[in-house]
Design a protein around this ligand. Structure first.
Ligand code: COA
Length: 259
């Protein structure tokens, strides 16, 4: 299977999807999100695949967020469409009937942290960094981060991370339950494969049901995901959004006015 922004490899029942835009820190542009949706759906339908690993190309980044340059001129409607499409793809990862492991090999910021959180299990290399820095750009997370971060690390730590935009290292992420394991960089893929090889010996029906029921635990929660899409879209009508993204693109500090 060939993609422009992903590498898609299949070996011994495992599909490895590598986000492949290393010169842009593997930032997720709209095309990459749509390719990712296609890749997940294809591997879910493929009976030879028992599990999926998602990782990033190169030694520095898993994914450093949504592509800021691409959305810098978006209207509120375009922002809504962007968030909506991302939610569909990330939901499809979370609801995948086969285990999806994020092998986090560096920066997992913004959409990268959200992508990792949509996966069922996260393994981080010692150089991984997790955070939701959208607030620095005058926006909020738009790919499920406001909801999944609270679920994974609890309200207090999630609120701090979302408000400050601070990134945390792999060890701290493990303390807060954001990652399952921390490994040396060269042990990241072996650890992911080790977990999938254990799951491969179990009944696929039982695996499917467990994944479904773990998700079911959260299904009675409110409409936070829908609210996130609305509020993300509203951000695109603000002066602070334009100031925030321009400051990033011009490599300077943003001067927010609250408008
Ligand atoms: N969107 C678009 N481009 C991005 C990007 C993103 N989220 N993250 C990094 N890039 C690009 C940079 O603009 C730069 O491009 P250039 O070489 O054309 O100038 C390239 O990737 C390398 O990034 P750079 O910032 O030079 O690397 P660094 O090692 O100094 O810093 C980060 C790495 C991840 C800390 C920094 O790139 C960063 O803060 N990225 C944005 C994170 C973010 O806010 N994500 C949330 C988006 S909603």
């Amino acid at each position: 299977m060939h993609f422009k922004n992903l590498k898609y490899e299949q070996a011994d029942g495992v599909c490895t999807i590598t986000i492949n835009r290393p010169d842009k820190m593997n930032a997720l542009n709209i095309e990459t999100i749509s390719e990712l949706g296609f890749a997940i759906s294809a591997s879910e339908k493929n009976h030879d695949i028992i599990g999926i690993i998602i990782t990033g190309e190169g030694p520095k980044a898993f994914v450093a967020g949504a592509d800021i340059a691409e959305f810098s001129e978006f209207s509120a409607d375009a922002g809504r469409e962007m968030a909506h499409k991302g939610h569909i793809v990330f939901d499809s990862i979370e609801r995948c009937t086969k285990p999806v492991i994020a092998a986090v090999n560096g920066f997992a910021l913004g959409g990268g942290c959200e992508l990792a959180m949509a996966c069922h299990i996260r393994i981080a290399s010692t150089n991984a960094k997790f955070g939701q820095p959208e607030v620095n750009l005058g926006i909020i997370p738009g790919y499920g981060g406001t909801q999944r971060l609270v679920r994974l690390v609890g309200k207090a730590k999630a609120t701090e991370l979302l408000l400050t935009g601070d990134a945390i290292g792999a060890d701290e992420a493990k303390v807060f339950g954001l990652v399952n394991h921390v490994t040396e960089p060269d042990q990241l893929m072996p650890k992911a494969l080790e977990i999938l090889s254990k799951v491969a010996k179990k009944s696929p029906l039982a695996v499917d049901k467990i994944l479904e029921l773990v998700n079911a635990y959260y299904e009675k929660e409110g409409n936070g995901f829908e609210l996130e899409i609305n509020e993300f879209s509203n951000c695109f009508d603000t002066a602070d959004f334009h100031e925030g993204v321009q400051a990033f693109l011009e490599k300077r500090k943003a001067n927010f006015t609250g408008n």
